[in-house]
Design a protein around this ligand. Structure first.
Ligand SMILES: [Zn+2]
Length: 346
């Protein structure tokens, strides 16, 4: 037998529709439609961050609600700014025809936000976008809040994805960089241009290692971090200091290491390409390298690992969880086993 509050929440839930659409999700609740991380004509989009797999068809959106950090990162990576952006700050709430939207820190990349969506009748939804629930050097951890429904990413949503303590990963990266530089070699770290490149540059430069950015995308996004109050010290390949840094010893951070030789040839000089080819030591920074330390990878991730996904969902204490991305099916099964009603969006 349902109590009155249970039956009320049950009927609220049955009115909520959550479906995949384009690069994101469409939610419909009692006549209100919102697009999450995808553009749909005549519908407002909540844009969580500027990674390429979250920004499809933005030009079609009626309006795009996002932080200034997200819009600046989008433009820095060569994207077109939305036609009708509405800038929201983290912690700020907008009222929007029958619905209130609050942006909350997602801890993933510069400007990244989760969205709390509150409807007139008390129904609340938390959309995480991509999120990280542990502190990094350049981002603060995402904090859960209680809502009726949770729409959560499941990128690392299977049990083998348990990341080591971040401090340990930082120590390993620093150690390997110092070792190669002391031996006269140049460690090259491959990292996404938005997020992990900046964390890596900040990490190494704080340890006194000079970091040269290996490509324009890393330069442009790092400038966005600096403009948004996250000062990161680095040497651009375009600067006069690049020759000295490459001669005297440095690390390189790049999102596209295969273009480093042509960038160095163009901006620094051909003789440096031959030298770099001899001295370079390549590493990949990605959660997917977990367990492959010896194969040149460090599991530095901007996402939440499996145990933290489960913990986060429990803290939100929702009536229902919708999981999206790769491992949505497996994560939903595990959440159901934990007594949390979960459905994969596939
Ligand atoms: Zn992302």
């Amino acid at each position: 037998m349902f109590t009155s509050s249970q039956s009320r929440s049950g009927s609220l839930m049955s009115s909520l529709q959550v479906v995949k659409h384009g690069t994101g999700i469409l939610i419909t609740y009692k006549g209100v439609k919102l697009a999450l991380d995808t553009g749909i004509s005549r519908i407002t989009t909540l844009l969580s961050h500027a990674h390429a797999d979250h920004i499809g068809n933005l030009q079609q959106a009626k309006q795009v609600i996002a932080t200034l950090g997200t819009i600046d990162a989008l433009v820095a990576r060569g994207g077109k700014p939305p036609r009708n952006p509405m800038i929201i700050q983290l912690g700020e709430t907008f009222g929007h025809v029958g619905v209130y939207v609050t942006a909350l820190n997602a801890g993933h990349v510069i400007g990244s936000s989760m969205f709390k969506i509150e409807f007139d009748d008390g129904m609340t939804v938390l959309y995480t976008g991509d999120f990280n629930s542990v502190n990094s050097i350049v981002h603060e951890a995402a904090e859960p809040i209680e809502t009726s429904a949770l729409i959560m990413e499941a990128t690392y949503g299977t049990p083998q994805w348990v990341f080591p303590e971040r401090k340990k990963i930082h120590e390993e990266i620093t150690k390997v960089a110092q070792m190669h530089i002391e031996n006269g070699n140049i460690p090259i770290f491959r990292a996404y241009s938005l997020g992990k490149a900046q964390e890596t540059i900040a990490l190494l430069s704080q340890k006194g290692i000079e970091v040269v950015s290996g490509n324009q995308a890393v330069d442009a996004v790092t400038e966005v971090y600096c403009r948004h109050g996250v000062p990161i010290s680095y040497t651009s390949l375009k600067s006069n200091d690049a020759r000295r840094a490459l001669r005297e010893g440095c690390a390189i951070v790049s999102s596209a290491p295969r273009f480093i030789p042509s960038n160095v040839r163009k901006l620094v000089g051909s003789s440096y390409v031959r030298d770099l080819d001899r001295r370079k030591r390549n590493y990949n920074l990605s959660g997917w390298t977990l367990g492959e330390f010896k194969n040149g990878g460090f599991p530095l991730s901007a996402h939440t690992d499996f145990p933290h996904l489960i913990k986060f969902a429990k803290s939100v204490n929702p009536k229902i969880v919708y999981c999206f991305t790769g491992n949505a099916g497996v994560l939903s099964e595990y959440l159901n086993q934990q007594g949390i009603n979960a459905i994969p969006l596939e």
